[in-house]
Design a protein around this ligand. Structure first.
Ligand SMILES: C[S@@+](CC[C@H](N)C(=O)[O-])C[C@H]1O[C@@H](n2cnc3c(N)ncnc32)[C@H](O)[C@@H]1O
Length: 281
């Protein structure tokens, strides 16, 4: 996941681990707004493009909640993740109980002409992607969506609010290192990290979109200990890369936080924002 993984290649296991917590966190009101918007469209088949689709978590969440008759194009640069997404999606149905049509597209979204992959889309969606990209890339994406009059549903973009309760002395030390690490180049250029929700809103509003944002935070406690432990391990690794001389201090922090989580003595809140936007008239 983007909060923990130093580079833009993601472990299938990590994506599976986060999926139930992602689904729990998402802002239902924006999914409902997207479903309503699609249902008003005259098309006989709704074409949806999922950017950075990974193992298909976003598809699994949305398929039964969006309008009937869906065709999905899943885009990712990792063909193994897309293969897993397609296998797992075989039994998915839309709200009317009809099968979903799915195609996969192994594509580097940093490619000079990625926009062509959006052709025909009524709804462009993505989950946990935008902290990796740049302002310039989001502005290109916004123009491409506007050119196609597509609505967008972009969920689970980190907003930089991380709370560990109860706090200990080095929480801020590590989360500051993490925030700096999140801005490292993930292949697109200097990454937006926690600025992504603001930049998304600005880019789509500038093109006349009607934009709604809603919070979609993770709440992780002992019931999600495996995810929480993996998250802390990801933060440890990112913080060490950012401050190699502080390795022992960072390791001690990670041990203390993992133990507290497993002992039901720690709650972690990771802030995200969801965004739904519809093109102007
Ligand atoms: C945090 S994961 C989210 C995956 C999925 N949307 C989900 O919610 O589980 C980010 C995804 O973006 C993909 N990705 C990262 N950089 C990419 C690029 N340059 N082109 C295409 N996909 C990319 C990764 O392979 C990964 O599947």
């Amino acid at each position: 996941m983007t909060e923990s993984t130093p580079h833009s290649h993601f472990e299938a296991d990590w994506l599976s681990l986060r999926e139930p917590v992602d689904h729990r966190a998402r802002a239902e009101s924006l999914t409902e707004a997207a479903a309503h918007w699609l249902a008003q469209r005259a098309s006989s088949e709704h074409r949806i493009v999922d950017l950075g689709a990974g193992r298909g978590s976003n598809l699994r969440y949305l398929a039964s909640r969006l309008a009937r008759s869906q065709h999905w194009r899943l885009i990712d640069h990792d063909p193994a993740l897309l293969g897993a997404a397609q296998r797992d999606a075989a039994t998915l149905v839309d709200p009317a109980g009809a099968p979903i049509t799915i195609e996969t597209d192994t594509l580097d979204l940093n490619h000079a002409r990625f926009e062509a992959a959006l052709d025909g889309a009524e709804l462009v969606t993505a989950s946990a992607l935008f902290d990796l990209v740049t302002r310039e890339w989001i502005e290109r994406l916004a123009r491409a969506c506007a050119d196609r009059s597509a609505a967008v549903l972009f969920v689970l973009s980190i907003d930089g609010c991380i709370d560990l309760t109860p706090a200990i002395a080095d929480d801020e030390f590590v989360t500051d290192l993490l925030a700096a690490h999140q801005r490292r180049d993930k292949s697109f250029g200097t990454a937006l990290g926690a600025d992504a929700p603001t930049v998304l809103r600005q880019a789509f509003e500038a093109l006349g979109y009607d934009v709604s944002l809603a919070a979609s935070p993770w709440h992780i406690d002992a019931r999600d200990a495996e995810l929480g432990a993996a998250l802390i391990e990801g933060w440890r690794s990112a913080a060490r890369e950012q401050a190699p001389d502080a390795g022992a201090r960072i390791d001690a922090w990670a041990r203390a936080r993992t133990s507290a989580l497993r002992a039901n003595a720690l709650v972690i809140r990771v802030g995200h924002q969801d965004l739904f936007a519809t093109p102007g008239p």
